[in-house]
Ligand binder design. Structure first.
Ligand code: HEC
Length: 117
């Protein structure tokens, strides 16, 4: 009896720890942002700090740090796709993303910094 209770406690504590660790990991990217990145496939080509097919988001933020209207310009670029800014590989058009989601995700992308992972 006693043994099974302590086993239960240990199991509960252990899975609680794993749960907390996962939450800390996920807390990096706000849930609403992660949803936009996942449903529109952005995550397939962009990492937050690592380039994949396209540039890392913190590299995009660094590039446009001194461009006040960067978000406005990038709305059109992400929607229509294109190449030549980061290399010869093209970003395909993203016609399905809503304006609100696109604005939200661009504001978040442009806030990324190398130290803020
Ligand atoms: C199939 C791969 C792919 C997908 C999916 C994709 N991108 Fe890209 N993205 C790229 C590539 C490649 C570039 C570099 C284009 C260039 O050099 O002009 C890029 C560039 C960018 C840039 C910088 C543009 C510039 O002119 O500096 C932003 C911002 C961006 N992507 C955001 C997004 C967002 C947000 C999504 C999801 C809605 C997304 N991307 C989906 C491949 C992708």
């Amino acid at each position: 009896m006693d043994i099974s209770i302590s086993r239960l406690l240990i199991t509960a504590l252990t899975s609680g720890g794993v749960f907390l660790a996962l939450q800390c990991f996920a807390a990096d990217t706000p849930a609403n942002i992660q949803r936009v990145l996942d449903t529109n496939n952005c995550s397939a080509c962009h990492g937050k700090t690592e380039p994949v097919v396209g540039p890392a988001f913190n590299a995009v933020a660094a590039k446009y740090a001194n461009t006040p209207d960067a978000a406005d310009r990038l709305v059109g670029k992400v929607r229509s796709g294109g190449s030549g800014v980061w290399g010869q590989v093209a970003m395909p058009p993203n016609p399905g993303i809503t304006d609100a989601d696109l604005r939200t995700v661009l504001a978040w992308i442009l806030k990324q910094t190398p130290g803020h992972q």
